[in-house]
Design a protein around this ligand. Structure first.
Ligand code: GLU
Length: 327
């Protein structure tokens, strides 16, 4: 919520329709919405359905129905077509290809022929999260070598990540410093099966859709470094970012889809939208009690909290009590 932003603020919610939303997705959608509405901004909905194996049209429809049930409206997106249509990533592939052409022309991307098995053999996974830093094996292939390899294998495309820190001020977490090269290495922008990678698609879309503010889960904080580098490489100004806590259960484990009663399908059978909103706002720490409240009433409550809470405004993780879904 910086005062130096151009008006109006444009925020977005960008879910992947790979299953029914759970409490974590809902908290994210709620905060993105409240932040935008408390600044009289515009809200955009984008459906991130690039993974054809996991995302379906039906799941996207259900997701929009669930957001509508909760009252989390959008000004632009599916059903509210305006200048930045289409709003499903699966219909935006040409835009990602033209961004790749730009990057190719500047030698900012290169083909990579490494297999997963080869990478596992040479890299140690990052502590705990199973991700690997790409050690740059294909960065310096000669055109002749690349040509030779491409006879037997389709390459992925990687972005030459500059080896310098990306710094930014997170709306909720405060100052951040991420070194993309030492965290991820040169990251993938298009998979070997031709599917555009999340990092590329999200950057191109946020840039072309004029997004000025991104509110999303803390698991994406390191990725923000990749996206800011891509924004710069494509000649755009990155938005402001705000990362919200991950929801964990009492044992400190991240909530999983197995926690069935925190799925929106179940929550809808137990609560009214106002009851659920009150519980979520209380869980996130900006409403004193888990009492029912409307979205209109929540806007000034959120605003007052945002303006007065010290940074970092949230704890890293937010513990969901066992009885959250019990009336
Ligand atoms: N589509 C991503 C997800 O559902 C979120 C992307 C983002 O907000 O940048 O996890």
């Amino acid at each position: 919520m910086s005062t130096s932003q151009p008006t109006p603020v444009r925020g977005r919610f960008a879910p992947s329709p790979s299953g029914r939303m759970h409490l974590g997705n809902l908290c994210c959608a709620l905060l993105a919405w409240l932040s935008v509405r408390s600044q009289n901004g515009e809200m955009l909905l984008r459906i991130e359905d690039l993974d054809p194996d996991r995302c379906t049209r039906e799941k996207a429809e259900l997701l929009m129905d669930d957001l509508t049930w909760l009252g989390l409206t959008w000004d632009e997106g599916p059903g509210h077509e305006r200048t930045h249509a289409p709003y499903c990533q699966s219909a935006r592939r040409e835009l990602y290809e033209s961004a790749l052409s730009e990057l190719r022309a500047k030698n900012d991307v290169y083909p990579c022929f490494c297999t997963r098995a080869e990478l596992h053999a040479v890299s140690a996974p990052h502590a705990g999260d199973g991700t690997f830093r790409y050690p740059g094996l294909c960065r310096n292939l000669t055109p002749a070598e690349a040509e030779e390899k491409s006879r037997t294998r389709r390459p992925s495309l990687r972005f030459c990540a500059p080896d310098k820190s990306v710094t930014f001020e997170d709306l909720y977490c405060g100052p951040q410093n991420i070194n993309v090269q030492s965290t991820f290495g040169d990251f993938i922008v298009r998979r070997s099966d031709g599917v555009h990678a999340y990092q590329l698609a999200v950057t191109v879309d946020d840039a072309l859709m004029g997004v000025t503010e991104v509110v999303r889960g803390r698991d994406l904080l390191p990725s923000t470094g990749c996206q800011i580098q891509l924004f710069h490489a494509l000649g755009h100004t990155p938005p402001h970012y705000g990362h919200i806590p991950l929801l964990v259960n009492r044992d400190g484990r991240r909530l999983s889809k197995r926690e069935r009663d925190l799925d929106i399908g179940v929550l809808r059978t137990r609560f009214t939208p106002e009851q659920l909103l009150g519980r979520m706002a209380n869980l996130l720490g900006f409403l004193d009690r888990p009492e029912k409240i409307t979205l209109t009433e929540l806007i000034p409550v959120y605003k007052a909290w945002y303006e007065t809470a010290d940074t970092p405004k949230f704890p890293k993780n937010c513990v969901v009590p066992d009885n959250f879904a019990i009336k």
